[in-house]
Design a protein around this ligand. Structure first.
Ligand SMILES: *[C@@H]1O[C@H](CO)[C@@H](O)[C@H](O)[C@H]1NC(C)=O
Ligand SMILES: *[C@@H]1O[C@H](CO)[C@@H](O)[C@H](O)[C@H]1NC(C)=O
Length: 201
């Protein structure tokens, strides 16, 4: 009883199962091939995270006026390490900011550069806070930290980058690097403690 019923059902809706099956198999094969291709590229390229750290930082000519304007020079030594043996990176634009609590004190652009594989590049960056107006509790906090001899700063770096693998170059994308907290001593006799940075791509 069951057999004639199911035959009649199939005849009522001709679905051309052969064609659908071929298309499904073709699509599946393409997906598998694409997956294998990605896997092979991944294994050959072996991408690894770029590493950044603040190696040294100092403040000079710190002057917080009675009107709560800040003048200060900041010197940073940023270490950029490319641990990849096949991926190089173009830094097309790089902008670095020093942030105290939530306020940006100073910003500066870094010369564009190209970093080849397994390279370490040390960037010496100078930033100047030129009579920056401080708001809220910032002047008070800054005075307290000045008196304590240390100041906790955040370093933000925003870069437009491109990757290069062999002859292939990626399109440009934004990389954000944040180093926090960077403990800067007013006195140069104290040793700076390296700060590792987080990276967002
Ligand atoms: C700080 O800045 C004020 C205003 O510009 C100036 O009068 C003062 O001499 C400066 N102090 C130092 C220590 O440079
Ligand atoms: C990294 O690259 C820069 C710029 O090309 C070069 O000056 C520096 O010597 C390289 N460093 C290493 C460790 O290869």
């Amino acid at each position: 009883m069951a057999l004639p019923q199911s035959q009649g059902h199939a005849a009522a809706r001709p679905r051309r199962p052969g064609l659908i099956r071929y298309i499904s198999i073709a699509i599946l094969a393409l997906i598998v091939l694409a997956g294998i291709a990605v896997l092979i590229i991944w294994l050959v390229v072996k991408p690894r995270r770029f590493e950044y750290s603040v190696e040294d930082a100092s403040i000079h000519n710190f002057n917080l006026t009675d009107a709560n304007h800040l003048y200060a020079n900041f010197d940073f030594n940023i270490r950029a390490y490319n641990p990849n043996s096949r991926v190089s990176i173009y830094y097309d634009t790089v902008e670095m900011s020093v942030v105290y609590e939530d306020q940006t004190l100073a910003t500066n652009a870094i010369q564009p550069f190209f970093q080849s594989h397994l390279n370490v590049t040390n960037l010496q960056v100078k930033l100047t806070a030129k009579t920056v107006a401080l708001y809220g509790s910032l002047p008070k906090d800054l005075k307290l930290e000045r008196r304590s001899g240390d100041i906790e700063l955040d370093v933000w770096i925003k870069a437009r980058i491109r990757f290069k693998v062999g002859l292939w170059k990626s399109r440009d994308r934004t990389m954000k690097i944040f180093c926090s907290p960077v403990l800067v001593h007013f006195s140069r006799s104290k040793n700076f403690e390296r700060t590792f940075c987080g990276v967002e791509l």
